[in-house]
Design a protein around this ligand. Structure first.
Ligand code: B12
Ligand code: SF4
Ligand code: SF4
Length: 351
């Protein structure tokens, strides 16, 4: 066999082996092509479904091909890391499962992918690589499908037949050629539509399309400078940060394996956050408590705003003293949410 081809095969094998050692459950490799989801992405943006996430539209040309992220990319290596943990969800405020551990997943995945990329750099020092987790203009789920990891469910999640959908994705783009996996063909959702029916805010205008304006994950994490419409505040229910409903109801997640990796060990105060404590945090306490966690990203004001909305939805009478104090908060988003919550508690407690 030609030496170069042999080397490509060996490096591909080593990448898969090293990925497993680094805690990735699946690593697939796709050719760098213009992704089939590019036109759906443009339609999604044009329909306003990206809401205020302007950073997506601003870079829409770069999504056309991985070259927009790393010029002359030949291969897109996609890795999946399971974050599932069986811990029961509390009766109180809820944080999405992906955010239960002390470390932010962007940092964790980037670090491990960089370690993996070192093999490419040492074998082919003249080739370039770039590690991508979330923030680059790359349709990660589309490339995960092209790399054979799974299919895009009606809830828009990438689903694997072995792992369900409780996993993160990350990618390494490289100018090097590798051995490619077959794209995942087929759609194992069948006639099921549980996720579409279960979404409390009707965020799916149609299967495979999510309107971020209505998604609790967007509302609790990304919507940081505008108020939330009252019907959506009610739809947020107990969700303080993110939302897992369209994954919890998915039959493919029924037997999802756990990840015992110490990096995903959940923190008690994130599995079961205390609403009254959260309503009282100031910036300093927030920083001390949540520095390095996924919650740090939104900052204190947004978490307190969300906590006020949850208190209103739960008609939590015990929260009224804190909510009353929040009527004088420096943040107008917090003041507005506190006023709404007090009104909810008042309205609902009248027989
Ligand atoms: C913006 C964003 C969001 C937005 C918008 C989500 C969305 N559905 O578009 C908001 C804030 C709402 C969000 C929420 C969540 N997110 Co998010 N998010 C992203 C981000 C940064 C970009 C996604 C994007 O480009 N959306 C635009 C749409 C058009 O693209 P898409 O969702 O990939 O859609 C593709 C398919 O739907 C397909 N398609 C379109 N039409 C059709 C039609 C048919 C028939 C078919 C088959 C396919 C198809 O083509 C599209 C383009 O590839 C990605 C990371 C990344 N760079 O990819 C993470 C990412 C998608 N999020 C992730 C996670 C974990 C979540 C949450 C579960 C967090 C939580 N618990 O709260 C929720 C899940 C909500 C949901 N059901 O999607 C993971 C998903 C992992 C997985 N297994 O799929 C990612 C990949 C981050 C990561 N690095 O791990 N997220
Ligand atoms: S994450 Fe929650 S709000 Fe968003 S689409 Fe899924 S069920 Fe609906
Ligand atoms: S709940 Fe059903 S329709 Fe929705 S993603 Fe899972 S299998 Fe597909």
């Amino acid at each position: 066999m030609n030496t170069r081809l042999h080397q490509i095969g060996e490096v591909t094998k080593s990448l898969k082996h090293n990925a497993a050692e680094l805690g990735f459950q699946h690593l697939g490799i796709a050719r760098a092509v213009s992704p089939p989801g590019y036109h759906p992405l443009l339609e999604w943006i044009a329909s306003g479904h990206a809401a205020d996430m302007d950073w997506i539209a601003r870079r829409k040309d770069a999504y056309r091909h991985p070259d927009g992220v790393l010029p002359n990319t030949r291969s897109v290596i996609v890795a999946a890391m399971n974050y599932h943990n069986q811990s029961p969800q509390p009766e109180t405020a809820r944080i999405a499962r992906y955010a239960w551990s002390s470390e932010d997943y962007h940092t964790l995945l980037r670090h491990r992918l960089k370690e993996l990329a070192r093999l490419l750099q040492t074998t082919w020092p003249n080739e370039r690589t770039r590690v991508v987790v979330d923030t680059a203009p790359l349709l990660e789920r589309d490339f995960a499908r092209l790399a054979g990891i799974g299919w895009v469910g009606k809830n828009t999640m990438l689903i694997s037949r072995n792992m369900g959908s409780w996993f993160f994705l990350g990618a390494i783009l490289t100018t090097a050629e590798l051995t490619y996996d077959q794209p995942f063909e087929g759609d194992y959702c069948g006639t099921c539509s549980k996720c579409l029916q279960a979404c409390p805010t009707d965020a799916f205008p149609e299967p495979h399309v999510l309107d971020s304006n209505r998604c609790i994950s967007y509302l609790t994490i990304e919507r940081r400078d505008k108020s939330i419409a009252d019907d959506l505040k009610s739809g947020m229910g107990d969700w303080l940060f993110g939302c897992d409903i369209c994954q919890e109801v998915c039959p493919w997640n029924r037997f999802a394996p756990d990840n015992s990796d110490a990096a995903f060990k959940p923190r008690e105060d994130l599995i079961a956050p205390d609403l009254l404590t959260l309503l009282s945090v100031n910036d300093d306490v927030f920083q001390q408590q949540f520095c390095g966690t996924p919650l740090e990203r939104t900052g204190r004001d947004i978490i307190v705003r969300n906590a006020a909305i949850v208190a209103g939805n739960q008609q939590c009478v015990a929260a009224v003293p804190q909510l009353t104090r929040l009527l004088d908060d420096a943040s107008d988003l917090v003041r507005e949410a506190a006023a709404w919550a007090i009104q909810q508690i008042g309205t609902k407690s009248v027989p």
